[in-house]
Write a protein of this length. Structure first.
Length: 199
């Protein structure tokens, strides 16, 4: 039995329900995802742009060092900020190695880039994936903050990547680049020739 796709008992390929296809694939929903995309991008810019002129982010990473130091502390009573011990050890390792010095400016620049790309509609699926990863890191470190809204928004944009950038630069970029992973459209002349030679 082939496992290339999930089959129904009678052998038909299982497809997404119509409502799922409508929400995440139908061009009529592109306006909705454009609004989500642009609002999320503006939020990223609002959060990140001030970091570019903040020495605590751009010169030595003191803000990230202070945040990590507070989050790895395990209180005598009550739950620790970081629930998972393995992730606490990971953050402690970053602290001990001084990774905040280069990670702080990298995070700030990445957040600004994500904001710009979301507003302009550039590689929305990949951009939302990077944004979701950043938000996941904040959540794992025990700080929900804006992640409570941004993380689910990014997950939605990942699922709706084909239509979320229609009203953006992806309209042009995807036409140029989608051939790298999509099969070529059949040539009408070849189809007509095959139909004539194989009645």
């Amino acid at each position: 039995m082939s496992r290339n796709s999930v089959k129904t008992p009678d052998g038909a390929e299982v497809k997404n329900p119509a409502i799922v296809r409508f929400i995440f694939n139908d061009p009529r929903m592109a306006i909705f995802w454009t609004v989500i995309r642009v609002l999320a991008g503006l939020k990223f810019l609002q959060i990140a742009v001030p970091k570019l002129s903040n020495p605590g982010w751009m010169e030595g990473g003191a803000i990230v060092r202070g945040f990590w130091s507070a989050q790895v502390n395990v209180p005598e009573a009550g739950p620790p900020p970081i629930v998972y011990g393995w992730y606490r050890d990971f953050i402690q390792g970053l602290l001990d190695s001084g990774a905040y010095e280069w990670m702080a400016p990298m995070i700030a620049i990445a957040e600004v880039t994500i904001g710009v790309f979301l507003v302009l509609g550039v590689f929305v699926g990949f951009t939302a994936l990077a944004a979701a990863f950043l938000q996941w890191m904040y959540i794992m470190a025990g700080s929900a903050g804006n992640s409570g809204l941004l993380f689910p928004a990014m997950m939605g944009l990942i699922a709706a990547w084909k239509i979320a950038g229609i009203y953006g630069l992806d309209y042009f970029l995807m036409r140029r680049l989608s051939g790298l992973w999509s099969p070529s459209a059949p040539n009408p002349n070849e189809i007509m020739l095959q139909s004539q030679t194989n009645p």
